[in-house]
Write a protein of this length. Structure first.
Length: 360
């Protein structure tokens, strides 16, 4: 089977160690040193790590305690999300110089469809080089990029020559590339699914390709059809410039475990204050409220309730949060608690998303 034109030209730009790089940019004393954004030496979780820290095995989502063990001279800095958002806005301005088809995935990465671009440049690879150079010239930050015929392959490619590099997978290279790709690199294949694939002798894209769609659906449900298509370079996912975020969330990891619902409500009330402020400012409301609880043994529990009306005010949704908290007894002491809104009133409005993290 051969892929047939016309082909899209998709770029995935991924900033290199974005949060940590911004901290090193703003504070010269941190340059060339191992830096961890977020976390703490006691209970926090790392949000980002500089490449100097990664050499010691420090990674995002790692506990501050473990990070310190791996890198005794690690420097912890608190996150400054407003600053990251400010710089992210400047980066996106560069993207829009080339195309209006820009789909941000987060503050530090985005897809850009340059099939038809504002510069009239037929080379997506050259455009990616220009974008990365402009980010450096204007902001002194490094970015990596992947270029290919669809979003999935472009995203995988952007990780190949990190940091400060790019990789193009041309149309004629796509099928060979996918056949050699380890299955755990495929979108939607997490650790559990990968382990299941290994049990069935599926280790590479070629192994995946040798399975019929019926076999894959039988083994993996609806995702089986996705795997069948993606390994053949078939993807209907387009770059969506007005991609709507589906949730607004706030959560906090505590320095000390909490076993009392009363004390948890105090923390949730503080989260609700900030959440209300952001919701009002953006004119965003939601119908579904979810309480997230992570226990000291790292097991997770969520409790949700959906109402008939959109809610925004703390006085409206905090009683529901309290109801969810007291819905059943705590299973253990709690290390993290959070509130999220989904089923938002944003279907016909500009996208809005906020992940709030702050210290008590």
């Amino acid at each position: 089977m051969e892929l047939k034109p016309p082909f899209k030209k998709i770029i995935h730009v991924d900033m290199d160690a974005f949060y940590a790089s911004v901290e090193q940019l703003d504070n010269p004393d941190l340059r060339d040193k191992p830096v961890a954004v977020g976390g703490s030496e006691k209970r926090g979780v790392i949000s980002a790590a500089s490449y100097e820290a990664r050499k010691f095995g420090v990674r995002s989502a790692m506990s501050g305690v473990l990070a310190r063990q791996k890198c005794p001279h690690l420097i912890f800095v608190p996150p400054r999300f407003e600053r990251y958002k400010e710089i992210s806005t400047e980066i996106r301005k560069i993207f829009y110089e080339y195309s209006d088809l820009v789909e941000p995935l987060s503050l530090d990465e985005a897809y850009i469809d340059v099939t038809e671009n504002k510069k009239g440049n037929p080379s997506a690879s050259m455009i990616a080089e220009e974008i990365r150079q402009k980010i450096w010239d204007r902001l002194e930050l490094r970015a990596s990029a992947g270029i290919s015929i669809n979003k999935f392959i472009a995203k995988v490619a952007s990780d190949i020559n990190k940091p400060n590099g790019q990789k193009t997978i041309n149309p004629e290279e796509v099928l060979d590339f996918l056949e050699q790709l380890p299955v755990n690199k495929f979108y939607g294949v997490g650790k559990v699914t990968a382990a299941k694939m290994y049990n069935f002798g599926i280790f590479t894209g070629l192994d995946l390709k040798n399975k019929s769609v019926e076999e894959l659906v039988s083994l993996f449900g609806k995702s089986g059809a996705h795997y069948y298509n993606i390994v053949r370079g078939i993807s209907k996912s387009v770059v969506k410039p007005n991609r709507i975020r589906k949730s607004v969330a706030a959560e906090r990891t505590f320095f000390d475990n909490i076993s009392s619902e009363v004390f948890l409500m105090e923390k949730l009330s503080k989260i609700a204050d900030e959440l209300e402020r952001r919701l009002v400012k953006s004119n965003t409301k939601g119908k579904t409220i979810t309480l997230k609880i992570k226990y000291s043994d790292f097991t997770m529990q969520t409790r949700s309730k959906t109402g008939l009306n959109f809610l925004q005010q703390k006085k409206e949704f905090l009683p529901i949060v309290k109801e969810l908290l007291y819905q059943e007894k705590l299973q253990n002491s709690v290390r993290l608690v959070g509130i999220s809104f989904s089923n938002l009133n944003t279907e016909k409005r500009e996208p809005f998303f906020v992940q709030l993290k702050f210290d008590f």
